[in-house]
Design a protein around this ligand. Structure first.
Ligand code: C2E
Ligand code: MG
Ligand code: MG
Ligand code: MG
Length: 294
């Protein structure tokens, strides 16, 4: 959008900018009202073992359920919440809801050890974070080993002493650290060396290009995925592939020894009630394992 100089040097904004400002203000209001009136929820997406499709854990994904507007996604909210400083309160709200969901899920047969992965933005890395997580887990009667803290390299790029000590404290508590969207951005391999990373999540763009129409794209992305997988394993990290949508992607990743995955093929992110219903049908049939293995 373009600014025009007005009288007396006052800037008048064109309609685009007015729209953007209005939308932003509206989102800020939704956030405040959402926090007050409990519109935020943590939707959960299963993370499965690619060898047999069994559920290993769940990623919590923020949703704001507006009574009239319907669901707002993280893309609508996070940037604004980071800028106006509300991300900390939203993060706390998502975290406590997600932990409550994990408690409920843990009662199901076979899911007593399943883990919860929660996304954190760089601004949430403050000294009090580990003790807040520890307190919530204590209240829920869950050990820190059930929690995975998902960060992107945006957190590690800050490379400040607070980030390092928060990561060390979380790690010391027994939480695991996952590096999200790996392979996008700058993805410095030295992060795997310099920070206590336990899990590498291969970005969904790689999963998608594994089954590209173009042969050379397929071939190159297979090499990239194999490279990331090899380095990650050598560094002692488990690997999760994101964005698996087709059986073919599942088989390919399984053949490449990527041990975990998530994506619409297994389940979309769901609110707790829908997830509990879905979990009945999810744990895999042996038939599928055999089909993929052959
Ligand atoms: P992410 O952590 O990489 O999460 C994975 C995103 O991929 C989610 O989008 C998920 O809905 C989507 N996804 C999962 N499976 C598939 C698939 O098979 N195909 C496709 N096309 N997409 C799939 P979502 O929920 O819109 O979240 C977007 C991003 O917002 C997340 O990316 C994460 O970076 C951020 N985010 C989500 N929840 C939170 C939160 O509570 N706090 C913070 N700080 N960030 C969050
Ligand atoms: Mg994530
Ligand atoms: Mg990701
Ligand atoms: Mg992502």
């Amino acid at each position: 959008a373009r600014k025009r100089g007005g009288k007396n040097g006052v800037q008048l904004f064109d309609n685009d900018m007015v729209d953007i400002a209005r939308k932003r203000l509206e989102t800020e209001q939704f956030i405040e009202q959402g926090l007050r009136e409990d519109w935020f929820d943590a939707y959960l997406q299963p993370i499965v073992a690619l060898s047999d499709g069994r559920v290993a854990g769940f990623e919590a994904l923020m949703r704001l359920n507006h009574p009239e507007r319907g669901l707002l996604s993280p893309a609508d909210i996070i940037g604004i919440a980071e800028e106006n400083g509300s991300i900390g309160r939203i993060g706390d709200c998502i975290l406590s809801r997600a932990i409550a969901h994990l408690s409920a899920i843990s009662k199901l047969e076979g899911l007593g050890e399943s883990y919860l992965a929660v996304n954190f933005s760089p601004l949430q890395f403050e000294p009090a974070l580990p003790s807040r997580i520890a307190a919530l887990l204590m209240d829920a009667g869950l050990p820190p080993s059930r929690i995975v803290v998902e960060i992107t390299e945006a957190v590690l790029m800050l490379d400040n002493p607070v980030v390092r000590s928060v990561l060390d404290a979380l790690s010391g508590l027994g939480c695991r650290i996952a590096l999200d969207d790996f392979g996008t951005g700058f993805s410095s391999l030295s992060y795997l060396n310099r920070f206590p990373v336990d899990i590498v999540k291969i970005d969904q763009s790689f999963t998608r290009s594994l089954t590209s129409e173009q042969q050379d794209v397929r071939r190159k992305s297979r090499m990239l995925v194999e490279g990331i997988r090899t380095i990650s394993h050598q560094m002692g990290c488990a690997v999760v592939a994101e964005g698996i949508e087709t059986e073919e992607q599942w088989s390919m990743l399984q053949a490449m020894n990527v041990e975990f995955g998530q994506g619409y093929l297994f389940s979309r992110p769901l609110p707790l009630e829908a997830l509990l219903a879905k979990l009945d049908e999810l744990p895999p049939s042996d038939a599928h394992t055999q089909k993929v293995a052959s």
